[in-house]
Each structure stands twice: as structure tokens, then as C-alpha cells.
Write a protein that binds this ligand. Structure first.
Ligand code: DAH
Length: 368
């Protein structure tokens, strides 16, 4: 565009003035709408508002000079209005970054359907963890956590697995490399169970304690349909005066009924864990056949679900080093530990543990 595009004005009546000014204004608006870069904006300013060669200057000298005296006033008014429009266009271009044209290209078409976002949902393991902790929270238990990279002391020694004790071999432990310079008890490993948080809890607070500890644990196990090297447990610990094995039985019987339905029965079998004495394995009546015997319970009518027992005095002795109130002559307690995947598999009828970790939306979506 150059100044030749400015129409010549030969008549000065209102209609002719209106048309001529409208033409120039349209030119200015079109030019402004196409501005994209700061350089283009500056060129627009020079082209339209430049003192000597600017188009407005040209309009003013060509039209105003030629106008008869009685038309100078209306022409001047229109000229001032046009100048204000062009200055406004420049301000807009300077301040607003992208041009109207660029914005129009990006504009949202509100008549199109929106992008639908899927609502997230709890992972079945998280969901089961929460269900378990809720059952105990309703009994007055608090919830705690502890580190996944743990010391030999908390994972084993304080849980009454002395160095070299064969019970350590039952938990295939993944250890952190290059720890030889540390003393045995300070060596780091991936915790094989949530039980070390029992000790961390007792060290940090005197009795009474009622706590559940959900968390991730690691073992050097090969993956198969029911095993994974990384899985989850919920640990429980209750310490107070006069806590008995009946309290343990009543608590876990209630918890199993709350988790699997009131028809479920429990039974306690003698077992061994270094940190409890006596220890028991808890079995529940088979939730698939109601106890009659089926493939899932290997025709026994019972399914083994968790370990538990009365806290071993040797464990209290470790706690007493930091909290003297854990005196096994004055207090007693019980503990339990359960595998979350195993419970989730039973509750939701999942036959492959790997499904929980595969991230397959067709599987996970069923729990939404
Ligand atoms: N820590 C045990 C394991 O991983 C489970 C367990 C058994 C926890 C008995 C306890 C307990 O607190 O009393 O095999």
C-alpha cells in the first residue's frame, strides 16, 4: 500500500466525506489486523502516523487544502476521529502481542464438544490399603509410616532377628551395595516388612500405642502369579496395660468380618515370628465356598491371611533403650502384619498379582 491508495476527494458533501474517510479507516483497520511482529507494528506506525510521509499527514494536506472554507470544519472533525482510530489501533498492536488475525485463527469454537478428561480413581491397592486402615481407624488406631530404605537394626536386630539368625533367611533381603564400612546394624537395605516401624513408633512415643502402618516392602523374590518383589503390607501394633491374646483375637476377628463380611470366621494357628511370642497365623473361612472346600482353599475351607502374636519382651527391651515406659513387667501388646495384594486379590477376584502393576487401563478402570 502506498499513498496513491488514498482516494481523491472532489466533492465535500457529508456523503462524500463519509465515504472517503470510511475507505481510509478500512485500510487502516485491515493493515492493523495483519500485524504479527514488533517490526511490522513499527512499520505500521511510520506508514500511518509518520510526521512527513505518513498517510494521515497526506490525507490532511491533500483533503484539507482542497476543501472549500465551509467544509473545513466537518472535515477536520472527521480527520481527528480517524486519527484517534489509527492511534488506538497502534496502541492495541503495541500492547496486545498477537494480532487480531492471529487471535482469530486460534479462537475457541464454543460450538465444538469439549475435550473430555477421564476422572482418576484410586488404584485397587491404594483402595484396599485405605479400607484396611479405615477398619482400624474406627477402633481408635492412628496411622503411621516409615522409611522404605531401612537399617539392618530396625528391619532385623530390633525385631529380635539377631545377626546370623536363620530367621533372617526367611526374608530374601535386597541390600544396598557398598555398605561394608558400616557396622552391621547401620547397613542399609530395602525393608522386607513393615514391622521395623513398630520400633520406630515405640522409640518416638511412650505407651499406650495403637497404630497401623501401611507401606511398600521389598523382597528378592521371583515374580509369579502370587508373588512380586515389591508389594504392600499393613502392620499393626497395640501396646497398653493388660493387653491379652483375647484382645488380639477379638480385634482381628472383627477386622476380618469388617473386610470380608460378617459371615467370615477366623481361626488362629500356632506359628513363629522372632518379634512375637506366642505367634499365630490367622486363617479365615474361605470366602469363595463359605468353608465347604473348593479349589481356592485347596479343599480345606480355610485361607491363611496374616501373621500376628504378642509382642516379644525382647522387642520391648530394645524400645526401652529410648522409652523406659516399655517395661514388659508393666505393659503388654500385640502386633500383626498382613499382605495388601493378597487381600485385594481375594476381595476383587484377581488371579494374577502382576495385573496390579501393569498399568493396563482396561484392568484399572474396573475399580473406578
Ligand atoms: N512381618 C511379618 C512378615 O512380613 C508379618 C508379621 C507377622 C507382622 C506377625 C507382625 C506379626 O506384626 O506380629 O512376614
Amino acid at each position: 500500500m502506498n499513498n496513491e491508495d488514498i482516494p481523491n476527494l472532489t466533492a465535500f458533501d457529508e456523503a462524500s466525506l463519509g465515504e472517503a474517510f470510511a475507505t481510509v479507516e478500512r485500510q487502516a483497520r485491515n493493515a492493523a489486523a495483519a500485524l504479527g511482529t514488533p517490526e511490522a507494528v513499527e512499520a505500521f506506525r511510520l506508514e500511518w502516523l509518520g510526521r512527513k510521509q505518513g498517510r494521515l499527514n497526506e490525507v490532511s494536506s491533500r483533503w484539507l487544502k482542497a476543501a472549500p472554507v465551509e467544509s473545513k470544519k466537518p472535515l477536520g472533525l472527521r480527520f481527528n476521529a480517524l486519527k484517534a482510530v489509527v492511534e488506538g489501533l497502534l496502541d492495541e498492536a503495541l500492547g496486545s502481542g498477537p494480532s487480531d488475525a492471529a487471535l482469530a485463527a486460534e479462537a475457541i469454537d464454543i460450538t465444538l464438544p469439549g475435550t473430555r478428561r477421564l476422572t482418576g480413581a484410586e488404584h485397587p491397592i491404594t483402595k484396599t490399603l485405605n479400607e484396611i486402615t479405615r477398619v482400624f481407624a474406627a477402633l481408635g488406631y492412628s496411622v503411621g509410616v516409615g522409611p522404605e530404605v531401612e537399617t539392618d537394626f530396625y528391619n532385623f536386630e530390633s525385631m529380635n532377628f539377631p545377626p546370623g539368625h536363620p530367621a533372617r533367611d526367611t526374608q530374601d533381603t535386597l541390600v544396598v551395595a557398598n555398605q561394608e564400612r558400616r557396622s552391621q546394624r547401620d547397613r542399609l537395605l530395602l525393608r522386607t516388612h513393615t514391622s521395623p516401624v513398630q520400633m520406630r513408633t515405640m522409640e518416638s512415643q511412650p505407651p499406650p500405642v495403637r497404630i497401623v502402618i501401611p507401606g511398600k516392602v521389598h523382597r528378592n523374590d521371583a515374580q509369579d502369579a502370587t508373588h512380586s518383589p515389591i508389594f504392600h503390607q499393613v502392620e499393626g501394633l497395640c501396646v497398653d496395660t493388660n493387653i491379652t491374646f483375647s484382645d488380639l483375637k477379638g480385634t482381628l476377628d472383627h477386622a476380618m468380618k469388617a473386610l470380608f463380611g460378617s459371615a467370615v470366621k477366623t481361626r488362629f494357628f500356632p506359628s513363629f515370628f522372632p518379634f512375637t511370642e506366642p505367634s499365630a497365623d490367622v486363617q479365615i473361612s474361605c470366602i469363595f465356598c463359605g468353608g465347604k472346600g473348593c479349589r481356592k482353599c485347596k479343599n480345606s475351607g480355610w485361607i491363611e491371611l496374616l501373621g500376628c502374636g504378642m509382642v516379644d519382651p525382647a522387642v520391648f527391651a530394645f524400645a526401652q533403650e529410648k522409652q523406659p515406659a516399655y517395661d514388659p513387667k508393666k505393659i503388654s501388646g500385640f502386633a500383626f502384619g498382613m499382605g495388601v495384594e493378597r487381600i485385594a486379590m481375594m476381595k476383587y477376584g484377581v488371579s494374577e498379582i502382576g495385573q496390579f502393576y501393569a498399568g493396563d487401563m482396561r484392568f484399572l478402570g474396573q475399580f473406578a
